[in-house]
Design a protein around this ligand. Structure first.
Ligand code: HEM
Length: 192
């Protein structure tokens, strides 16, 4: 059976989104771990104690946030890039590329139905993340707190999606769809 060939447009958008999401995940990971404001405030506190200086906890946190800011700016830059990439991705079906797959179509196997649902739920979550992210940065002040409450939950679906997607692609590569990974890299058809 001839396996689908991914066009240049499909592959460029796929890898641009994949790399951007991984970079975005690194910024989130850094913020939750090494660059966590409380961890950094504690390091500042240790230094101040050793050198007989004093700052309040609020001042230490403010300093920690300032140190973290240049790293965190990248979350926002990558966020804008993702807004652009997903806008293109959602417009592409109108030009005959990357059609969105309907999970309600008839005669689908359970596996294909599941795959289509995963994509649909992922896209819905991505749209929520992008819109809430934009509203935090560009929206009215009174929306900032509620939008942050929703936006920060994004890490859960993002990690879950990456795990499911990689597991699915690897399983396909080693079972029914040999060559799927190289097709997404080079676009060539798999040799059966
Ligand atoms: C797929 C898209 C996105 C995902 C999955 C995502 C995920 C996240 C997560 C998990 C956090 C919380 C980090 C933490 O508290 O440790 C966060 C915070 C933030 N994101 Fe995003 N983000 C996305 C897109 C965007 C976009 C498009 C923007 C704006 C252009 C943006 C701006 C922000 C800002 C300003 C914060 C800090 C909120 C705060 O101070 O609590 N994000 N994001």
């Amino acid at each position: 059976m001839e396996k689908p060939k991914y066009s240049k447009v499909d592959r460029i958008i796929h890898w641009a989104i994949a790399i951007s999401l991984l970079l975005l995940l690194i910024t989130i990971f850094l913020r939750l771990t090494w660059m966590n404001k409380y961890n950094m405030a504690a390091i500042i506190q240790d230094y101040l104690r050793d050198t007989d200086q004093v700052l309040s906890q609020d001042q230490r946190i403010a300093l920690a946030k300032k140190i973290r800011q240049p790293m965190w700016d990248w979350h926002i830059y990558i966020g804008y890039v993702l807004v652009g990439l997903f806008s293109i991705r959602f417009l592409l079906p109108a030009f005959g590329y990357m059609a969105l797959q309907n999970p309600f179509s008839k005669n689908l196997s359970q596996k294909v139905k599941f795959q289509r649902w995963v994509y649909l739920v992922f896209y819905a979550c991505i749209i929520v993340s992008l819109v809430t992210g934009l509203l935090i940065v560009l929206g009215p002040k009174e929306l900032k707190k509620p939008m942050e409450g929703i936006h920060v939950l994004g890490v859960y679906y993002l990690v879950a999606y990456i795990v499911i997607h990689l597991a699915g692609v690897l399983t396909a590569e080693f079972t029914a769809e040999k060559g799927i990974i190289s097709r997404m890299v080079s676009g060539s058809k798999a040799e059966d």
